[in-house]
Design a protein around this ligand. Structure first.
Ligand code: UGA
Length: 447
């Protein structure tokens, strides 16, 4: 029999949970993934990922074959299986306001609590408003037959879509929010392969903190990243009226190691299931706590970000002669970023939708996100190649920087479109190459 300390359970098998479960199994733990969604459990058990993430499906299959990983829909089974339970459910934006929806996080505690009959640790990984872990800890102690010996810890996750496996197995840092020595010891054991690697690689930096600090680290990190992007996009707005070039400006800034070049790429702005909702939830929580003014600048961050979507549409409208009605527009990209099929709060689709509402005939192409995009935006047309999307287009909008789009031969595409006009909404295409092939090339924040 495998001792409980070599066993891990992972509750919630969405993006975060599926990745975590697979990676925990890869680190050698007997891992039980749990979800209330039978379809997800069936798919994962059969080695199918319900979303696209490079390298993860192959690793899932490998771990299933090893016998270390399996999935269930039963809280009772999870409770009996392991001593350490990771909770990886989502905390989306609430339907009725800017705050975080905590129904799923609460449901985990309600679901597993009554089954906890021996000392254990429930480790939250979700992004939550500060104070949530403390509240969950009290509720868990009320529900669990073992009482206060069912503890809560917080271990925020910083993985990026597209790099999920690498970010989980080799994170930049580990943050452990704990309320007891026992919780710290258990988590150090779980993460021993990263903290004390046997393969000669550098140990992952560790920060041990209280629950509230651990919760805050996550929203602070995402707020900083969002601010950095909006900073450079605000500079793009200034560049546009000053006739300056934001790409050169960003390059010059990047050589200052205090600033650094990462997350300084100007374009149509940030989207996805994390940055936008996290800054909004943070503002809402700060208001509740009476420190609203401390993070009010995030409102500007959000507004700068949303203005970029308007800016791309404005640029495109100008390019096609002042109005979209009757124009054919090709949109390259639907995912919120490349190497992902995630369309949550995608700037590309927000722009496509707006242009279509203004009367254009819009055709979208994305290498992976078409199915998701079609469901969310049934009024848009979708094509299965760049060429088909661009057929007889009056303008092409490049809005998600897939590698495939960088490799487009502008000369080849010239014969397909009605007019050779392109807007690079991601500052990722080679302007000189497109212009040399006869295209009118426009980009945000650049002359
Ligand atoms: C983000 C964070 O980067 C992760 O560290 C965090 O764990 C995650 O949220 C989360 O909270 O779960 P992710 O949403 O996968 O990860 O995507 P990012 O790579 O951060 O990109 C976010 C958005 O910013 C994308 O729309 C991207 O196109 C945009 N972006 C990024 C820019 O516009 N400019 C840049 O320079 C970088």
């Amino acid at each position: 029999l495998i001792p409980p300390e070599r066993r891990i359970s992972v509750i919630g098998t969405g993006y975060l949970g599926a990745t975590h479960a697979v990676c925990m199994a890869a680190l050698g733990f007997e891992t039980l993934g749990m979800d209330v969604d039978t379809e997800k459990v069936t798919a994962l058990s059969a080695g199918r990922l319900p979303f696209y993430e490079p390298g993860l499906e192959a690793l899932l299959r490998e771990q299933l074959a090893s016998g270390r990983l399996r999935f269930t829909t039963s809280y009772e089974e999870v409770a009996g299986f392991a001593e350490v339970h990771f909770s990886c459910v989502g905390t989306p934006q609430r339907a009725d306001g800017p705050g975080a929806e905590l129904a799923y996080v609460d449901a985990v505690v309600e679901g597993i609590g009554p089954h906890l009959r021996r000392p254990c640790l429930l480790v939250g990984k979700s992004t939550v408003p500060v104070g949530t872990a403390e509240r969950l800890a009290s509720r868990l102690a009320e529900l669990a037959p073992v009482g206060r010996d069912a503890e809560v810890a917080w271990n925020p996750e910083f993985l990026r879509e597209g790099f999920a496996v690498r970010d989980t197995l080799r994170p930049d840092r580990l943050v452990l929010g704990v309320a007891s020595d026992r919780a710290e010891r258990l988590l150090r054991e779980v993460y021993a392969p990263l903290l004390d690697p046997r393969d000669g690689s550098e140990p992952v930096p560790l920060v041990v903190a209280d629950l509230a600090t651990a919760e805050l680290v996550k929203v602070a990190a995402n707020s900083f990243l969002a601010t950095k992007i909006s900073f450079i996009n605000a500079m793009a707005e200034v560049c546009e009226v000053a006739g300056a070039d934001v790409a050169r400006l960003a390059e010059a800034l990047s050589y200052d190691p205090r600033i650094g070049g990462r997350f300084l790429r100007s374009g149509v702005g940030f989207g996805g299931g994390c940055l936008p909702k996290d800054i909004r939830a943070f503002m809402a929580r700060a208001e509740e706590l009476g420190v609203g003014p401390a993070v009010r600048f995030l409102r500007e961050v959000d507004e700068v970000n949303l203005r970029r979507r308007t800016a791309v549409a404005d640029l495109a409208r100008e390019l096609v002669g002042g109005a979209f009605r009757g124009r054919r527009i090709a949109v390259l990209g639907a995912a919120f970023k490349p190497d992902s099929d995630d369309i949550r709060d995608s700037p590309a689709l927000a722009v496509a939708d707006r242009v279509q509402r203004e009367g254009a005939e819009v055709t979208v192409y994305d290498p992976k996100a078409t199915d998701n995009a079609r469901k969310a935006f049934p009024a848009l047309a979708f094509a299965d190649s760049v060429g088909k999307a661009a057929y007889r287009a009056d303008a092409v909008l490049h809005l998600t920087e897939w590698a495939e789009f960088r490799d487009i031969d502008p000369g080849e595409l010239s014969g397909t479109v009605a007019r050779q006009r392109i807007v690079d909404g991601r500052n990722a295409l080679d302007a000189a190459r497109w212009r040399a092939a006869g295209w009118t090339f426009r980009a945000l924040g650049r002359p």
